[in-house]
Design a protein around this ligand. Structure first.
Ligand code: SF4
Length: 232
């Protein structure tokens, strides 16, 4: 990974992660991604033709029982042509209230994780496997995932990210189609469904808030994702 910028170091501090860096070399003086404008190489608005109708469809969706208990659907947020796509499990209480993904403490940690990679939240796309909150934050049920997953697939098809980061056990198992524990899914490169989009697995920010010692592992996962994207 290239030399860290001041903002990346601040974000790592916010994650309570200390990173030792080699001294700067001439090659490290190139502009960091922090200052680079997000690049849309995927044909502007054309590929997003069905985005608004898709949002509308999710907003009105009653395919599963979660439609009865939700306050708002949580479609996703961010750059619709992002290179990076982060996928969590499902909205929590605050997300359900605001209709936005990853708000609150876990959201702030995710923002710091993204910042540590040298990006802002607006440069990436953030979504969940489920678009409605399971009551009392219980685990999503298989039937709910089967009903909802086509929305995520359509989002991936529109955004066409260069890498997907699955956040947490449930998102990882849903996207990789496995029941293996998250510890066995980290440090590997999967492909999202039949696409060639690489997918890596890391911990959910809410888990990291409860288990701060694992933040370092999450940082290693993000560095792996960065290396994959840089070598593509
Ligand atoms: S969770 Fe998904 S499938 Fe279920 S009602 Fe919400 S949007 Fe529809």
């Amino acid at each position: 990974m290239q030399r860290l910028s001041a903002r990346q170091r601040r974000c790592l501090d916010a994650m309570a992660i200390q990173v030792w860096e080699a001294r700067a070399t001439a090659a490290d003086t190139r502009p960091s991604r922090e200052s680079a404008a997000p690049e849309d190489t995927r044909g502007g608005e054309e590929h997003r033709g069905n985005w608004r109708p898709l949002q509308q469809q999710v907003q009105e969706c009653v395919r599963c029982e979660l439609s009865k208990t939700r306050t708002h659907t949580v479609f996703g947020a961010g750059n619709e042509s992002a290179d990076w796509m982060f996928v969590g499990e499902a909205p929590g209480a605050e997300e359900d209230r605001q209709g936005l993904p990853f708000v609150g403490r876990a959201g702030r940690l995710l923002t710091a994780m993204i910042g540590a990679l040298g990006m802002s939240r607006e440069e990436v796309y953030i979504a969940n496997v489920l678009k409605c909150r399971p009551p009392n934050n219980r685990d999503p049920m298989g039937a709910e995932v089967r009903e909802c997953e086509s929305y995520l697939h359509q989002q991936v098809a529109h955004v066409r990210p260069k890498i997907i980061v699955a956040l947490g056990r449930f998102a990882a198992q849903s996207l990789v189609k496995t029941t293996r524990p998250i510890g066995k899914l980290r440090n590997q490169v999967f492909q999202f469904e039949a696409s060639e989009i690489p997918l890596i697995v890391t911990y959910h920010p809410a888990y990291l808030l409860r288990n701060p010692l694992d933040k370092r592992k999450a940082w290693q996962d993000l560095c792996l994702a960065r290396r994959i994207l840089d070598s593509a």
